[in-house]
Design a binder for this molecule. Structure first.
Ligand code: FAE
Length: 537
């Protein structure tokens, strides 16, 4: 048995499997699955089942508090007719994206050709691209949120930068208690360096490392939640391939410790947690005498609303992601159902300085036809006071030698956007201009100009559309909108709405300097310790 799994996990995994087989949208164990749907009251309600929601569900369930989790996406445990849960990246189908007629992959073109995206039928697929004017935001949809589609990198931020960005979260407790707890519960592990040095699947990383070293730049190994023992067996041909079969943004069929296998399985295993899928929370209002009512639309797989439910709760945990949580709070404040919410709701939003770029290598610097989709190495120039950058060395697994080194640079800029409620559409608008991405692009360019100069290489202009070498108009790391210590207290309790907590990426003010899910998980652990201490069951 893998060490991070307990009996509770296996009970929960069984419930997920049974729900998938039976096509249920309500998942629970024992009395939690049998809870009366018509009653529509629950002591604790969690909106969203990504990192923040999964932590909340587990800790509430462990505390013996009956808890319902509403998730707008689907449960991803059921094999399709092709024997897979998720579709192949190279042949995306309806399972790939959230109600689209064509996929919208980040790397849109290759050699300037529109060969990447494919027509699909609309369905609650696992990856969404939320488009605003000058910025698109990629998010995961389904039981497990972003964990279903992400690259699994579990990176601890620099302590100094963490303390600067989040002065209200005491760094000592975070680094001594909550980061270690998050790593343990997520099942974080590291690649065996000897295997890394020898396997063809990471040749692309070693080439980039050599080019960085020649430039005088350090690289660092990045821990991941992908099971590296499984990956080795994939390479040996004794386990089904997933990371070694190009799978990531549309889901991994094997190997990844997604939240439904870790936190959420354990939460269900407590017998106190129920997850309701295809339920989109829309509105919040207070109940006289305390507590809240959440209005949620239940949708079917065509996207049609088949029912609207009103679910009351004593305590409400918002974990719909930076965009989802902020939207719910803005709507509640600006339509007057929660008028006392802070003026800070919607501010402090940022894309974590995400910039993608590609370099063209010399013909003798092959990156390999075979590439694992899980990044394990980053160019680490975070300590550079003039231009701190953490650039993950990203794969581009086309099955062909293409001599491209690809990177996701995480840069640091003070630029922040604002989300506002738009009464005309009943949605949110992101106020972010192309100019606000320029400082991040300049920072990435400064780093990679050095790498190119030292290695006599050039940028690729064919990957992101518009003949651009840098993609700064989409992000994988939306952060902020309900910032810790401003729109909430120092732990995540929402100001102006007693009993409402935020536990997701909305708490982080726009930038954390590295990939964010470990920070989000650790902050959620800290928030839940506090929430349970303040309001014992
Ligand atoms: P999130 O995981 O997005 O969960 C929110 C959940 O709420 C989702 O399941 C939504 O469907 C659901 N939801 C939203 N609105 C509603 C509503 N109104 N009603 C009900 N449910 C709702 O939020 N981060 C890393 O640290 N390492 C990586 O390697 C990495 N790679 C990434 C690759 C990709 C392609 C993407 C898209 C992201 C990546 N990230 C990575 C970012 C990471 O997944 C993200 O920061 C976290 O998932 C955010 O966690 P939250 O709990 O904030």
């Amino acid at each position: 048995m893998t060490s991070y799994l307990t009996r509770r996990h296996f009970v929960g995994l069984g419930a997920l499997q049974a729900a998938a087989l039976l096509g249920l949208t309500r998942i629970g164990v024992g009395s939690a699955s049998a809870r009366d749907a018509a009653a529509d009251h629950t002591p604790a309600l969690v909106i969203g089942s990504g990192y923040g929601g999964a932590v909340a569900a587990l800790r509430l369930g462990e505390a013996g508090i009956p808890t319902t989790v509403l998730e707008m996406g689907a449960l991803w445990n059921r094999q399709g007719p092709d024997g897979r849960v998720f579709c192949p990246t190279t042949a995306p189908d309806h399972r790939s994206m959230w109600f689209r007629t064509r996929t919208e992959a980040p790397l849109a073109t290759f050699l300037w050709l529109d060969v990447v995206n494919k027509d699909i039928t609309p369905y609650p697929g696992v990856l969404d691209r939320v488009r605003f004017d000058a910025m698109s935001v990629y998010v995961g949809r389904g039981v497990g949120g972003g964990s279903l589609v992400n690259g699994g990198m579990a990176v601890t931020p620099d302590r100094d930068y963490f303390a600067r960005v989040l002065p209200h979260a005491d760094a000592a407790a975070m680094y001594d208690t909550y980061f270690p707890r998050a790593r343990r519960t997520l099942g974080v592990n590291a690649i065996d360096p000897a295997w890394f040095e020898s396997t063809e699947w990471y040749r692309f990383s070693r080439i980039s490392r050599a080019h960085a070293a020649r430039t005088g730049l350090a690289t660092t190994f990045v821990p991941n939640v992908y099971d590296f023992d499984h990956m080795r067996r994939e390479a040996e041909g004794t386990a089904p391939r997933s990371a070694l079969a190009g799978e990531v943004i549309y889901g991994n069929n094997h190997g990844k410790r997604t939240l439904d296998r870790t936190y959420l399985a354990a939460a269900l295993g407590t017998g106190n947690v129920t997850i309701e899928t295809l339920h989109r929370a829309r509105a919040l209002r207070p109940l006289p005498g305390g507590g809240y009512v959440v209005t949620a639309d239940r949708i079917d797989t065509t996207g049609r609303t088949v029912a609207t439910r009103e679910i009351s709760c004593r305590r409400l945990f918002l974990a719909a992601g930076s965009l989802g949580t902020t939207e719910l709070l803005l709507r509640a404040r600006d339509t007057g159902t929660l008028p006392d919410l802070s003026e800070h709701i919607g501010s402090g939003w940022g894309p974590n300085g995400n910039v993608m770029t590609g370099r063209a290598n010399h013909l003798w610097d092959t990156v390999g036809e075979r590439q694992s989709t899980m990044p394990v190495l980053g160019i680490d120039d975070r300590a550079n006071p003039d231009n701190p950058v953490f650039a993950e060395i990203a794969p581009l697994p086309t099955g062909l030698e293409h001599w491209i080194s690809l990177y996701l640079a995480i840069t640091r800029t003070p630029e922040r956007g604002t989300l506002t409620y738009d009464a005309a559409t009943d949605g949110v608008r992101l106020h972010w201009t192309p100019d606000q991405s320029r400082a991040s692009t300049a920072s990435a360019k400064r780093l990679f100009d050095r790498v190119n100069a030292r290695n006599a290489t050039v940028y690729r202009y064919d990957l992101f559309g518009g003949n651009r070498a840098f993609a700064d108009d989409f992000t994988y790391h939306p952060l902020g909108g309900c910032v810790l210590g401003l729109a909430t207290d120092a732990y995540g309790a929402v100001r102006g709405a007693p009993g409402v907590w935020v536990t997701d990426g909305a708490l982080v003010p726009g930038s954390i300097g590295v990939n964010p899910f470990l920070t989000i998980t650790a902050l959620a652990e800290r928030a839940m310790d506090r929430a349970l201490a303040e309001q014992p069951s």
